[in-house]
Ligand binder design. Structure first.
Ligand code: AHR
Length: 667
């Protein structure tokens, strides 16, 4: 009938009844969050505002990222024991030769004309006395007469290492600038930890974050922030796993780690992708505090990436169960770092970094995408050891296990009951799946419908661990970019999270960030170059869900039948909730069909009481005429939410549900 009316040019009208008296399951504050991983140059070259690549000269090629002229050598007895290398700039030996080092940044450096940039360096004059170094910000590919965008001089004195700073103000903007440091023509000078940051970082912090990107995260109003990944937690091998202790304390002495994403795809290979750890666990916790959300760190369980390491060689690439103690100790120390008193070892490290108050950690993930083999409990034998110690010592923390890399299949089926046996509080599910899966139509090889789409959680065990949908995104078949269609299906799918808020307690779209020149994986939620950024339509879907999260699920029927996102609902996926803070009733609708429909909204139950205060209904729409359309640096708001106010003084209202649109109605 609906299809027929649409063909006739008339909108089919469906009757939606939202019963405000029936306050359903509470929606957790953590429900919609952020998943952060240093993939696609998300940290160095992305959120972390440092503009200099290889600032400590610790890349295996110590001068990677640097061009040099004159007499430059690398020495290894510098002032920071975990980053011992530095450069020596000696006079070039000829009046017309110059000793200089030039850094190319991450795909260049994004500079904005008229804004301030703080240069800093640790330096000394090894032979004593004084020297003068010059700093230039340059438009190295200029067509004009002068490459210099800004410059400053610094006088270095004495044999002791000291930190020097200078603030530079480029005359004009340039997205791919370089930094040059010129040595003294007559005096040898040693330089270490050469750094350049915009002064205007997020919250003005010196070791700060890029303001536009951090703001985009804040605007998501996240309930939880998972860090530092992803596969990066595990590393390509154990040596390159993420070790949080290396990421705290003075930035100059945080040792470099290889980024496992530089190897992963030979089609998009980035041999200079390392982790400076300038954005480390302290900074992650600080961001959580800024955003007012829960921190969810994930730590290594002693298994390196199982995709990249054959489990049969377990002894070589994974820690044996009997040798896990240091890994478990890392977890205990992390809890102490976050929550411990300033007199504890790790609480003191936090306090020395400027945060004596605890960070109030409540969640901890153990392992990323790990799994058991059919005849070997590779993951759960390790998780069991963690749980035995952690749950006894810190019962106040909620622990998160995993059901592996797949949304279904033998690994998932094996792990799901084991998570319950082990008593984890939540388990982490991952699904990068196609359109059919997100619409609940995917089948296995035998033609059996998979448990997917908005119905996925309707029949889950209500007594097991809660769900953390820790990584998900709709990956279009042959269309792996952030276009409108996939975000529409994400919106439809997410109605199932909200309707099942009694067991789904967290979800985080992934990955979060991507540099347009440095990505390894897509789709991603937020894209940027060195100076600008844009939010994808998936970002806006996440934002609509998060901002209009609600505090309690409400019962909602469509033509007298419960709304569940099934075929007989004419492609309308919807969910309703009440928000006690906003004192509002919220309905989210995604119409994935190509029929223009309409909804007759009926607020019942306590609606009478609330009517007086609700004369208006806010209607927010996310739509696109083309399913393949996407936002871009050139057209960042091509697809963005639009708000209209509908007047309404009765508890019935006809609202549109046009083809291929996402709506939020707030009364
Ligand atoms: O989000 C990208 C990667 O996908 C994550 O690192 C990993 O957990 C998953 O396989």
């Amino acid at each position: 009938m609906a299809a027929m009316l649409a063909t006739m040019g008339m909108a089919a009208e469906h009757n939606f009844e939202i019963n405000v008296s029936k306050m359903g399951a509470p929606i957790q504050k953590t429900m919609y969050g952020i998943f952060f991983e240093d993939i696609n140059y998300a940290a160095d070259g992305g959120l972390y505002a440092e503009l200099v690549i290889n600032r400590s000269f610790e890349f295996p090629n110590h001068l990677a990222g640097w061009d040099v002229s004159g007499k430059v050598s690398v020495l290894a007895d510098g002032p920071f024991d975990k980053n011992p290398h530095y450069v020596r700039l000696e006079p070039a030996g000829h009046a017309h030769k110059h000793t200089m080092i030039e850094n190319r940044g991450f795909f260049g450096m994004g500079l904005k004309g008229g804004e301030e940039y703080r240069f800093s360096v640790w330096a000394r004059v090894p032979d004593g006395g004084k020297s003068k170094i010059w700093i230039d910000l340059v438009e190295n590919a200029t067509m004009g007469e002068d490459q210099k965008l800004g410059n400053a001089g610094i006088e270095v004195s004495g044999k002791e290492w000291k930190k020097y700073t200078a603030v530079l103000k480029p005359r004009r903007s340039f997205g791919e600038a370089h930094l040059r440091v010129w040595g003294d023509a007559k005096v040898t000078t040693d330089l270490e930890h050469v750094s350049l940051f915009p002064v205007d970082t997020w919250k003005g912090r010196e070791n700060g974050m890029r303001k536009d990107l951090a703001q985009a995260l804040a605007d998501l109003k996240p309930g939880v922030f998972r860090f530092p990944g992803g596969c990066i937690v595990e590393g390509t091998d154990l040596e390159t796993r993420y070790q949080w202790k290396n990421t705290v304390g003075p930035v100059e002495n945080r040792p470099l780690n290889e980024n496992r994403w530089h190897y992963t795809f030979t089609k998009r290979y980035f041999p200079d992708y390392y982790q400076s750890y300038g954005l480390g666990f302290f900074e992650y916790f600080q961001l959580c505090e800024d955003f007012g959300c829960e921190a969810l760190p994930v730590i290594s369980c002693g298994l390196s990436c199982q995709y990249q390491n054959d489990i049969r060689n377990e002894k070589q690439v994974h820690v044996a169960v009997e040798d896990l103690d240091p890994y478990i100790q890392d977890a205990l120390d992390l809890i102490e770092f976050a929550n411990g008193d300033v007199n504890t070892t790790w609480g003191k490290v936090r306090a020395d970094m400027g945060h004596p108050a605890p960070f109030n950690l409540h969640y901890l993930g153990v392992g990323n995408e790990q799994w058991d083999e059919k005849d070997n409990p590779v993951f759960t034998s390790r998780l069991k050891k963690f749980m035995e110690v952690l749950s006894k010592k810190h019962p106040e923390i909620k622990y998160i296990g995993t059901t592996g890399p797949d949304s279904e299949g033998w690994k998932f089926d094996m792990l799901q009951p084991r998570m319950k046996e082990l008593g984890v509080d939540l388990y982490d599910e991952h699904y990068y799946r196609n359109e059919e899966w997100f619409l609940g139509k995917a089948k296995d090889r035998d033609g059996k419908l998979l448990n997917c789409g908005a119905l996925r959680y309707d029949n889950y065990d209500r007594k097991g661990p809660k769900i953390f949908a820790g990584e998900y995104a709709c990956h279009g078949k042959g269309k792996k970019w952030n276009h409108f269609e996939t975000s529409l299906y994400e919106a439809a799918f997410m109605t199932g999270f909200e309707r099942n808020a009694d067991i789904v307690h967290m979800c985080t779209y992934a990955p979060l960030f991507a540099h347009v020149k440095g990505w390894q994986w897509r789709p991603d939620m937020i894209w940027y170059d060195n100076t600008n950024m844009f939010k994808t339509c998936s970002y806006f879907v996440q934002q609509l869900y998060s901002v209009y999260k609600g505090t309690n699920v409400l019962s909602c029927t469509m033509n007298q039948k419960p709304l569940a996102g099934q075929d007989d609902q004419d492609g309308l996926f919807a969910t309703a909730c009440f928000d006690k803070t906003m004192n509002a009733v919220i309905l989210k609708v995604a119409n994935v069909s190509n029929d223009n429909q309409s909804i007759r909204l009926n607020w019942t139950g306590k609606a009478k009481d609330i009517k007086a205060g609700y004369k208006e209904v806010e209607m927010i729409t996310l739509s696109s005429y083309q399913m393949d359309a996407e936002n871009s640096l050139d057209d960042p708001l091509k697809i963005a939410p639009k708000t209209e106010i509908l007047s309404n003084d009765v508890n019935v209202l006809s609202v549109p549900a046009k083809a291929f649109q996402v709506y939020v109605f707030k009364k």
